[in-house]
Design a protein around this ligand. Structure first.
Ligand code: CP3
Length: 338
């Protein structure tokens, strides 16, 4: 598998492997068709056949190097007892529940059991997916999960979450710790079921003030990686911390792959982390508009020549992205050898 070789720094081919964050989703007509069979998004995520179908759609259409299992980071709060639903034109909503209760009850929640349908979907998908393609598992990271759990999906500036963390220090740190264990359990379930690598999404990392990043972001991350590596020492782990790429220097001792968002300076991150594999950085808005797309792609490829790199966006693909722009991106990448 080309992408797994690159994750493992085995060889650097001229054309980097490519996949896109949120590659299965609403910019694809074939996704919308399957989606229309379900009223409830979480129910969709828990239906293995439908999950396998939409996971494979972007691979069938674009021949990408990796499929990412179709699910959502919010399945963890949902199985912990905080009901999650999605409102049209709004996004995720989470029930108004006591997080103290969630913490108490979490002892009885065994991720391998409560999310066994995700494991099943991974097994199905892996058995159909061609052997040269990787299947990726994923989870949200504890802080990002807590931003949704605390604000119930209503936050716009994270002040409520930061205030909770400050006023309720003990509960907050117990929640972070509990979630670190559940996230590790989920990643282990994904790997056990056939995922070839996993990605940890810390999408709201940038909302954490710098002096709190060790406590809120990096200590939980270290715990997760420790637990996963005890079970699977060699599985590639990608960490995507949106908005904090310059802080990766503080976790450069970890042998993981770093996801780079579109606002980070890729050349600077490469100089800062000369021994790490990097992934990402193409702006989803550039892909959406198509403006200067070719130039943006060449510039990323130029910076990353001779460095192990996985081509990807800096964040999830926008739902209004024209398919022709994705095709153009892949054409430039594959045909226009730099
Ligand atoms: O990458 C993939 O294709 C795999 C599937 C995947 C989804 N969500 C499906 C989804 C993955 C990896 C995610 C991760 C996720 N979910 C993140 C981290 C990555 C990021 O983008 O920052 C976050 C923060 C969420 C939470 C979430 N789920 C939000 C904010 C929303 C609503 C906004 C939106 O884009 O629709 C979702 C819903 C969601 N998750 C959809 C999909 C395809 C759209 C729901 C629908 O089809 O109705």
């Amino acid at each position: 598998m080309h992408i797994i070789d690159v994750f493992n720094k085995k060889k650097v081919k001229q054309i980097p492997p490519v996949w896109m964050m949120r590659q299965a989703g609403r910019y694809l007509p074939e996704y919308k068709k399957v989606r229309s069979n379900f009223k409830d998004f979480i129910e969709f995520c828990f239906t293995p056949d439908a999950v396998t179908e939409v996971t494979l759609q972007p691979i069938d259409r674009f021949d990408l190097d990796a499929a990412i299992i179709f699910s959502d980071i919010l399945v963890i709060p949902h199985v912990l007892g905080q009901t999650v639903w999605f409102e049209e034109n709004y996004g995720p909503r989470l029930a108004d529940v006591s997080l103290e209760k969630i913490l108490e009850n979490s002892i009885d929640v065994v991720i391998e059991d409560s999310l066994s349908c995700v494991g099943l979907a991974i097994q199905n998908t892996r058995s159909i997916l061609s052997n040269d393609k990787a299947l990726l598992g994923f989870s949200g990271a504890p802080w990002t999960l807590l931003t949704y759990m605390i604000s119930q999906g209503k936050t716009s500036d994270f002040n409520d979450v930061l205030i909770f963390a400050h006023n309720d220090k003990v509960l907050f740190s117990k929640l972070l710790d509990m979630l670190s264990h559940k996230v590790a359990e989920l990643l282990i379930l994904h790997i056990k079921s056939g995922a070839n690598a996993v990605q940890i999404f810390e999408s709201w990392a940038g909302a954490v003030p710098e002096h709190l990043r060790n406590e809120y972001l990096f200590n939980p991350l270290r715990k997760i990686i420790d637990i996963v590596r005890k079970n699977y020492p060699d599985v590639p782990i990608v960490y995507y911390g949106r908005g904090i790429a310059t802080d990766y220097i503080n976790i450069a001792d970890l042998s993981i792959i770093f996801g780079v968002d579109e606002n980070a300076n890729l050349a600077d991150i490469k100089s800062m982390l000369p021994f790490h594999v990097l992934q990402g950085n193409l702006s989803p808005s550039v892909l959406l508009s198509g403006e200067n797309l070719d130039e943006n792609i060449s510039s990323i490829l130029n910076v990353m020549t001779n460095h192990p790199f996985v081509f990807n966006l800096g964040h999830g693909i926008n739902k209004d992205t024209p398919i022709s722009h994705v095709e153009r991106m892949l054409f430039i990448l594959r045909e226009n050898k730099i």
